[in-house]
Design a binder for this molecule. Structure first.
Ligand SMILES: [Zn+2]
Ligand SMILES: [Zn+2]
Length: 182
């Protein structure tokens, strides 16, 4: 009775070993395929793809750990997406207006550059709208008497501190202007 039981035990063990072996072989093969596919998503280099598959094939457990440590951190799709985002960001920076004097980023509503004092816009004398420097008319109010390139300083009415000194100044100024004319 002991001999048949040993035989059946051995045959059971061989079946279990065969199934285990087949499962391990399937796992090993699928890991090789996975490593090859994963590397293909991360690198266009066919040598690197083959090397990843060979590494996992040669070292079944350690190979996959080494592959995880050494594989490129991002896939090609992720790298492409990141490049697109960077490009969009750069374009956004380039599209913002720059000062012609110091090429710093400026605001559309600025009359002067605060960094280099370059005149950026001029104000319409009638409606005070901001105009480009080379315009010779105002598109907002139709004023045709806008001097091109003329820096139109925003007028702030400065009240005279004393009304009395003014006639003295004009009296003094008159002879000067007369001498200048002569
Ligand atoms: Zn500037
Ligand atoms: Zn105007």
């Amino acid at each position: 009775m002991s001999l048949p039981t040993l035989d059946t035990l051995v045959s059971y063990l061989t079946i279990v070993a065969a199934v285990m072996g087949a499962l391990l072989a399937a796992l090993w093969l699928s890991l090789i395929i996975w490593a090859f596919r994963d590397m293909r998503a991360r690198s266009r280099d066919p040598f690197a793809q083959l090397l990843a598959a060979l590494l996992v094939a040669a070292l079944p457990v350690v190979g996959i750990v080494i592959y995880f440590i050494l594989r490129p951190p991002e896939t090609l799709a992720e790298a492409y997406e990141r490049a697109l985002e960077e490009e969009a960001l750069l374009q956004e920076i380039e599209e913002r207006p720059h000062c012609p004097g110091c090429s710093r980023v400026i605001d559309d509503k600025w009359l002067l550059c605060p960094h280099c004092h370059t005149r950026l816009k001029k104000a319409c004398p009638d409606c005070n709208s901001l105009l480009e420097l080379q315009w010779n008319l105002c598109p907002y109010c139709g004023n045709h008497a806008v001097d091109p390139y003329k820096a139109n300083v925003v007028h702030t009415a400065v009240p005279a501190p004393n009304p009395l000194p003014e006639p003295e100044e004009t009296e003094e100024a008159d002879p000067v202007s007369e001498t200048e004319l002569q």
